[in-house]
Design a protein around this ligand. Structure first.
Ligand SMILES: CC(C)(COP(=O)(O)OP(=O)(O)OC[C@H]1O[C@@H](n2cnc3c(N)ncnc32)[C@H](O)[C@@H]1OP(=O)(O)O)[C@@H](O)C(=O)NCCC(=O)NCCS
Length: 125
């Protein structure tokens, strides 16, 4: 499994990952399925911190998980928001989500980020 930055060619596969992950968790029509596209279109997604998990031999693009980080403001100062994090249901409980979280925290640290605010349900994190 490779954890790397998302690229333009991954956008459809990323939307499919969140669509499947959140439909399985929250039911069809979950808002998070479209959230990444909205953040990207709004220009707030941080490309260096929006990562995919890619598996060789998996159907299609091989994208099985994704974590998004976007620029935010907290108390009038710049901050970063982490979420959504999604893994294809058939790939869950195999360490993909943990790998994405470790990678994104290390990448944020390497960029001298001082704050990364978790957006969403804290339980899986
Ligand atoms: C949450 C999610 C990303 C975890 O991905 P994953 O690849 O299954 O996670 P891992 O296999 O790395 O599991 C790591 C730990 O996360 C926790 N975890 C995983 N899924 C969980 C869930 N649905 N609820 C609570 N805890 C969960 C467990 O503690 C697990 O450790 P364990 O294997 O010892 O039980 C995945 O279940 C998912 O896409 N869920 C739907 C979307 C979602 O809820 N995203 C998070 C909020 S934005």
């Amino acid at each position: 499994m490779l954890i790397r930055r998302e690229q333009t060619k991954d956008e459809r596969a990323i939307a499919a990952v969140h669509g499947e992950a959140f439909a399985a968790a929250d039911g069809p029509g979950a808002a998070e399925a479209r959230l990444v596209d909205l953040l990207r279109a709004g220009g707030t997604l941080v490309p260096a911190l929006s990562l995919v998990a890619q598996v060789d031999g998996e159907v299609g693009a091989g994208i099985v998980g994704h974590v998004a980080v976007s620029r935010a403001e907290l108390g009038g100062r710049p901050s970063l928001g982490l979420g959504p994090l999604g893994v294809l249901p058939r790939w869950q409980r195999r360490g993909v989500g943990s790998a994405l979280m470790h990678a994104v925290l290390a990448a944020a640290d390497a960029l001298d980020a001082t704050e990364l605010v978790l957006l969403g349900d804290p339980q899986p994190y």
